[in-house]
Design a protein around this ligand. Sequence first.
Ligand SMILES: Nc1ncnc2c1ncn2[C@@H]1O[C@H](COP(=O)(O)OP(=O)(O)OP(=O)(O)O)[C@@H](O)[C@H]1O
Ligand SMILES: [Mg+2]
Length: 260
Amino acid sequence: MIELKNVQKSYPAKRGRGNPLVAVDGVDLTIQDGEFVTVVGPSGCGKTTMLNMLAGFESASQGDILLDGQPVKKPGPERAVVFQQPSLLPWMTVAENIAFGLTLRDGPRNINQDRLAAMVETMGLKGFEAHKPYELSGGMQQRVAIARALITDPRILLMDEPFGALDAQTRSDMQRFLLSLWKKLKPTVFFVTHDVEEAILLADRVLVMTPRPGRVATDMTIDLPRPRKWDLVLGREFNEYKRQILKVLRPEEREPVRLP
Ligand SMILES: Nc1ncnc2c1ncn2[C@@H]1O[C@H](COP(=O)(O)OP(=O)(O)OP(=O)(O)O)[C@@H](O)[C@H]1O
Ligand SMILES: [Mg+2]
């Protein structure tokens, strides 16, 4: 179980001038084991910051972040992260990058080669095993990063707009793959996205954040049957969820855009 209790994160002002920047403020949240939670919110509202704190890359300025009741202090092998930008090791091949977590866990000689080959195949990277990251397209690099996160069957998956850089077809394939993997292994998933449809299609719960400082404006349970088929997005219930989320994200009372 993941718990955030009154979590605040602020960054010091630049060169000590002005006020500190409060990225996330007063977030209370409990995520049960095996839940699929998606997060949407305006750019800069603190989604990545929240994910980084859950990953143990950054600490909260105030409040507590607990994993099974224990404070999160550093990264751990039970949490796998997919970053907003594909972050591969440039000197390693595709296969070595994907196997990175396995190598750390099992030792370089004990890598399950069948599993590695299956992952390469599923991610559409066959034939590119020996390539270096710079020889891949952006979408392919991101698929390597996703494969690297998924191959160790982590208990907790922290994904920061993982499919944002993918074309529509690959994106839809990746969504289906992630859902089938989730159904099989039931990891806890914390998934940040800009795409409201993606957020609903995948999730048990959608968290809608306010503009910075980010708070959870709405915590919406998505009560749609699984498996989720693509045509769900055409249905009345789906669109009702979408309408409610967009209403929170884009309230009418916001200032109209004025061109200079
Ligand atoms: N290391 C840092 N130092 C200073 N400020 C930071 C740092 N990391 C993030 N911020 C600030 O915190 C705020 C939230 O950033 P964050 O990256 O969490 O937003 P986000 O919701 O992920 O946005 P996006 O949707 O564009 O990815 C931003 O104003 C950003 O400038
Ligand atoms: Mg971000």
